[in-house]
Design a protein around this ligand. Structure first.
Ligand SMILES: CC(C)(COP(=O)(O)OP(=O)(O)OC[C@H]1O[C@@H](n2cnc3c(N)ncnc32)[C@H](O)[C@@H]1OP(=O)(O)O)[C@@H](O)C(=O)NCCC(=O)NCCS
Length: 174
């Protein structure tokens, strides 16, 4: 059974394979597509530190909220990642919401996206959240499927002045 774990050195090889996959296919969240794999291969510490930099009790730069990354893994295999924002700010309320996720290209369409969100909802509940916001592009059918499979209730479709595509906002009550 896959589980959610904090990012760690144990999954380095598999994680970097997944980043290579995403970069080769051009399909992944923005930071995945820009990570420098050669640098991370030589020294994984800075990447792990970057992933942990918004966890409580870290002092936050202006405009940021506390958040955490968790990885979906099975054995030593990295399958995907989720980011869980502990609160919303004005920007996240419009775009981004509480939870964002990504499944490595070779593991898609096998139910892992639905599982990573289900596990993240459990973690959000443990953190005391009672309702979470999720947003996705209107044309991101995979993400829509993941959210709807987890009981997402559609708030509506919106156009934002700082983002090129129409988006959907969903709420899930925990
Ligand atoms: C979106 C994403 C996480 C989906 O992950 P996944 O593991 O493929 O999702 P699942 O296998 O759990 O699929 C969930 C549902 O969506 C459907 N689905 C998944 N990908 C799809 C696609 N590309 N087109 C249409 N439907 C799709 C599945 O068929 C499934 O529906 P079903 O249960 O009725 O069969 C994955 O495509 C991804 O990482 N994309 C890039 C990053 C991203 O877009 N993140 C979300 C940002 S909001």
């Amino acid at each position: 059974m896959p589980s959610l774990v904090p990012p760690s050195e144990r999954y380095k090889a598999s994680f970097l394979d997944a980043v290579r996959e995403a970069q080769a296919s051009g399909s992944g969240l923005g930071d995945t597509l820009t990570w420098n794999v050669a640098e991370a291969e030589a020294d994984f510490g800075p990447l792990l530190a970057a992933l942990r930099r918004f966890e409580p009790p870290a002092e936050l730069p202006q405009g940021y909220v506390h958040s955490e990354y968790r990885w979906l893994v099975e054995g030593d295999t990295y399958l995907g990642r989720v980011s869980l924002r502990h609160t919303l700010n004005d920007r996240l309320r419009q775009f981004g919401g509480h939870i964002g996720y990504e499944i490595r290209p070779s593991a898609r369409r096998q139910g892992y996206g639905t599982q990573i969100l289900a596990l993240a909802l459990g973690r959000a509940r443990d953190l005391g959240l009672t309702r979470v916001l999720l947003t996705c592009d209107v044309d991101n059918l995979g993400s829509r499927g993941v959210i709807e499979a987890n009981g997402g209730e559609l708030e509506g479709e919106f156009r934002l002045d700082f983002y090129e595509k129409p988006i959907r906002r969903y709420w899930i009550t925990l």
